[in-house]
Design a protein around this ligand. Structure first.
Ligand code: ATP
Length: 602
């Protein structure tokens, strides 16, 4: 917890140095103001109690002083709240940025495909948002209450010193009980995070457009509503159980405080009746007991909050300082001259999962176009992830011009690669940005973007949009460029696919081009045209094309057939057809479904 506390304080300090200092000063002044006001009050009462012998001007000055100090304390409280909000804002900005940086720094995909990581990420965000402010508030409260306590201890010592012992005795068990409660609460938050995320998922399914069609068609609304309700009831039920225990424990300690305060009051009242204690001392004593009990309770509760937040904040500290999921190489990926070689590559997603690749050995020669064929689940997309170094092979290795991918810096390797993934992204960005993000150096280069769009024949469609290339492609956000209230425009599946291809074409000079099912959503004309375009683009360039439509791979220099986790066959289309193996069977099967006597043979 010490490491997390230090990290939290450092983070607050880095985010808002001036604000934190101001808060501490405000807290010190505010803390001192309370006992000063009480002492002035006591002097005032004692002066009034002197009756006719009282000094009228002194009493007036004391009354004014009490009021002034009291109002200063109130203003300081408001000022503290405002400065606190400023510090909190600075911390939030800093934390959000740090969290995003930590996630961006992950080289591979393993964490993103692991639910435990997503739980931790949410816990880290929660801890990082709350811990720095809770820690700051606690530090401030500590300053404020220490001054308050110091200011009132004198009053207790002067009137009935044993009261101090009673107050401390009552505070010790409250402290440990609060500590236990806080730890339990933090543990509940951790345990429930998966359920909380599930509930968010069900709610997003219900509210967002992506699933709206199926939910209506299949009548899933009530099912999802019930599941969302169940998840929420479960997580909030666990939270409530912790609160119930809190209630019992905190009520018990409030009672104990009341008994202690009653004993103290009884003692000083008896003293006042016997004339050994002045009326001013009685009022000061009662104020001191209330303030000290308030200070102890507040510090104990805040310490509990600190304990809880720090437990969650540990996830943030661990995440920010965690070892990378893949150790990045240091060698810059050179221009590809010889080719990419897979040497006995074995891969599975984790130790419990079955092997996806079981010794794949093949070569993608530089300048050659290679087609990859295989049944659903054969491991084609997995192979693409390994080639982009999103994962490392469990056994075996992949070589870029003879250098193991593990030795290459992933960023430079990826800069030399252009890819259209099977599950490509549809960004809620403008049409130009949807293409331009394919190469950040060309994000503002409209000419390059338009050229890429023209190759996949989406240029004209984009120009016809209300704001042309500046049109927002989204139905979730308002397109402010078009005017308030204008929703963005949505594209059809095939149009989105063309955009994804155009995005990859922003890297026309990349050494290695990967296309994973680039034409699956295209209409017949577009597919034909894309085939022609890809043939031109791939000519003389290193490329890997994955497709279930075998006719699009026909002219590849080499076709690799993946089956059972290994390369089952490889060769040119003619060689594979002559070999009459699996590829030939699949090709004939597909061709037969197109046979029609009205189609003229070439
Ligand atoms: N992130 C993952 N975690 C665990 N298993 C996975 C993951 N991604 C894929 N798999 C499994 O790996 C196997 C290969 O999947 P992959 O997506 O590579 O197949 P594919 O050949 O591209 O299939 P398709 O032709 O259907 O696109 C499948 O059995 C799949 O369930």
């Amino acid at each position: 917890m010490g490491r997390a506390a230090l990290a939290g304080l450092r983070l607050t300090w880095q985010a808002g140095r001036a604000g934190t200092m101001t808060l501490l000063v405000i807290a010190a002044l505010g803390g001192a103001a309370v006992p000063v006001a009480a002492w002035l009050g006591k002097l005032l009462i004692d002066e009034i109690a002197r009756g006719r012998a009282a000094d009228e001007r002194l009493a007036l000055a004391l009354a004014l002083g009490t009021a002034l100090v009291g109002s200063c304390a109130a203003v300081l409280t408001y000022a503290g709240t405002y400065v606190g909000a400023r510090v909190q804002r600075a911390v939030n900005l800093h934390v959000e940025d740090e969290l995003n940086r930590s996630v961006n720094d992950l080289v591979g995909l393993r964490n993103f495909e692991n639910p435990v990581f997503h739980d931790r990420l949410r816990l880290a965000a929660q801890g990082a948002q709350s811990a720095p402010s809770v820690l700051t508030e606690f530090s401030i409260e500590l300053v404020r209450k220490t001054l308050t306590i110091a200011g009132f201890v004198g009053a207790l010592l002067a009137v009935w010193p044993f009261m101090g012992v009673l107050l401390v005795i009552a505070a010790v068990p409250a402290f440990f009980a609060q500590l236990a409660i806080s730890r339990r609460h933090a543990a509940t938050v951790e345990t429930m995070m998966n359920t909380v995320r599930r509930q968010s998922y069900y709610r997003s399914l219900i509210t967002e457009s992506q699933a709206a069609k199926e939910i209506r068609l299949f009548g899933l609304g009530d099912l999802l509503r019930a599941r969302s309700h169940e998840a929420l009831a479960s997580s909030s039920g666990a939270e409530l159980a912790v609160r119930r225990r809190n209630l019992v424990v905190e009520s018990g300690f409030s009672l104990l405080n009341a008994v202690v305060a009653a004993i103290g009051t009884a003692v000083v009242v008896v003293g006042a009746v016997r004339g050994t204690v002045s009326i001013g001392d009685v009022s000061l004593f009662i104020a001191a007991v209330a303030s000290l009990q308030g200070a102890f309770t507040s510090l104990i509760m805040q310490f509990g909050q600190v304990t809880e937040s720090l437990k969650l904040f540990r996830h943030f500290v661990d995440l920010a300082g965690s070892a990378p999921d893949l150790v990045d190489g240091t060698t810059e990926a050179p221009e590809l001259r010889e080719g990419i070689e897979l040497r006995d590559v074995w891969f599975r997603y984790d130790d419990e999962s079955p092997w996806v690749l079981q010794g794949v050995t093949c070569t993608i020669p530089a300048g050659a176009s290679v087609g990859l064929v295989g049944a659903n689940g054969a491991g084609k997309s997995t192979l693409v992830k390994l080639l982009c170094r999103m994962y490392d092979p469990v056994r075996g290795s992949i070589h870029w011009d003879g250098t193991d991918l593990r030795e290459l810096s992933a960023a430079t390797l990826r800069r030399r690669t252009a890819a259209v993934f099977q599950d490509f992204m549809q960004y809620d960005l403008t049409a130009a940005e949807n293409i331009g993000v394919g190469d950040l150096s060309g994000l503002d280069d409209r000419r390059r973007i338009e050229q890429a769009a023209a190759v996949v024949e989406i240029d004209e469609k984009i120009r016809s949009l209300p704001q042309g290339y500046r049109t927002l492609l989204s139905q979730s956000f308002v397109d402010f460029a078009a005017g308030a209230g204008f929703a963005g425009v949505n594209f059809s599946g095939g149009q989105w696919q063309r955009l994804a291809i155009a995005r990859s074409l922003m890297r026309r000079d990349a050494d290695f081009m990967i296309m994973d099912e680039p034409s699956s959503g295209l209409d017949a004309d577009a597919e034909h045209q894309l085939g022609v375009t890809l043939r031109t683009l791939r000519a003389g360039r290193t490329s890997l094309l994955i497709s279930h439509r075998l006719n699009t791979l026909r002219d590849a220099d080499r076709i690799v057939v993946l089956a059972g986790g290994v390369v089952a066959e490889q060769g040119s289309h003619d060689e594979l057809m002559t070999a009459a193996g699996e590829y030939a069977r699949l090709f004939r099967l597909q061709a037969s479904s197109y046979q029609d006597e009205r189609v003229a043979l070439p």
